[in-house]
Design a protein around this ligand. Structure first.
Ligand code: PMP
Length: 343
């Protein structure tokens, strides 16, 4: 990898970040008259800008030093910040492997960064031969690999990640939003070896806390420092930090829900196979199933008419619907409704 500083935008390298009151003084004191807060109320104080209590918990859970952890307002915030740190608007490029998560493109567009698209092959894997010619482009700064991938549900093998990490001198972002539903190893184990790797995870999926907007970027401490430099000072509210800590401390609930979702997924796979018109259920390492079914857009509309919303992915992969695994009664209702629509 190149020196990290050569990858980071010049204006960000030279940036003096905003120095917040809570960032400047975070020790113990009795009287805080430094932040123009209101002395009355419950959430009257600004939150810890570096979410230290939460990071300590995550550091333990992931067996990583605190300085390798960034916490964002959802992993979506980390995606945007990566563009802002590494990509010069109107000049630099990023690369994605479609069909994949839509926010990489939206964040690229917002940041005026042009996007190279290298489609996944027919097994939804990365074709290393197709991506190789792009990796030498000095303007290419970010590469997004979603694993397990949304909406296809499959893992990208570590063998492929290793080749990308070795052959690309920019930043490889591995988005592991769904990793807790997967049997596969996390790319976190590659962090010590690769200073150009950033791994994204979130509390929104297996931890069941999408409303809290807590996402993580794990990476070399130098990268984490740049993300901290650019983030809004108080990007995670104190209510959300507290709730996230509570959720993380209840690992029994996490495991119970995770197991139920996984067993419901198995049940749904078997039941959906029997629905008339179903052509394929793609293997999934996530909490959703990608279903190929005759007349998918029409079925999507009919489900809406019955007040059941799934995701129409027909534009990405013909005749597909992405179905999130719900609770048993929701899944049952979906199956019955699909049966009625198709028979
Ligand atoms: N990455 C992937 C692959 C996702 O599917 C999602 C949410 N749909 C996100 C990131 C965003 O997660 P968060 O709620 O942490 O912003």
């Amino acid at each position: 990898m190149m020196e990290l500083a050569t990858l980071v935008r010049k204006n960000i390298q030279g940036l003096t970040p905003y120095s917040s009151a809570r960032g400047e003084f975070s020790g113990s004191a009795e009287i805080f008259l430094d932040a123009n807060e209101n002395p009355f109320g419950t959430f009257n104080r600004y939150p810890d800008p570096y979410q230290q209590a939460l990071k300590k918990e995550i550091a333990q859970l992931k067996d990583l030093p605190v300085e390798n952890i960034f916490i964002g307002n959802g992993s979506d915030e980390a995606i945007d910040l990566l563009f802002r740190v590494f990509c010069e608007p109107g000049k630099d490029k990023a690369l994605i492997f479609p069909p994949t998560y839509g926010m990489y493109r939206v964040s690229a567009q917002i940041n005026d960064v042009s996007l190279i698209e290298v489609p996944l092959n027919n097994q939804f894997l990365i074709s290393e031969a197709s991506v190789a010619p792009f990796l030498k482009d000095p303007l290419l700064k970010l590469l997004f690999v979603c694993s397990p991938n949304n909406p296809t549900g499959n893992l990208i093998p570590h063998k492929t990640l290793l080749r990308l990490l070795k052959n690309f001198s920019g930043i490889v972002v591995v988005d592991e939003a769904y990793i807790d539903f997967s049997e596969g190893p996390s790319a976190l184990e590659l962090l010590p070896e690769f200073p150009n790797l950033v791994v994204l995870q979130t509390l929104s999926k297996a931890w069941g806390q999408a409303g809290l907007r807590i996402g993580f970027a794990f990476g070399a401490s130098e990268i984490i420092s740049y993300l901290n430099k650019v983030k809004p000072p108080y990007n995670v509210s104190s209510a959300n930090q507290q709730q996230a800590l509570k959720a993380l401390q209840n690992s029994a609930q996490f495991e119970k829900n995770r197991q139920l979702i996984l067993s419901e997924k198995k049940r749904m796979e078997k039941a959906l196979e029997k629905i008339p018109g179903v052509q394929k259920i793609f293997p999934s390492e996530t909490n959703f199933l990608l279903l190929q079914i005759e007349n998918a857009p029409e079925i999507y509309r009919q489900l809406i008419a019955q007040k059941i919303i799934v995701r129409n992915r027909d534009r990405q992969i013909e005749n597909t619907l992405r179905i999130t695994i719900g609770c048993p009664s929701e899944n049952e209702k979906l199956l019955q409704t699909l049966q009625n629509i198709t028979s």
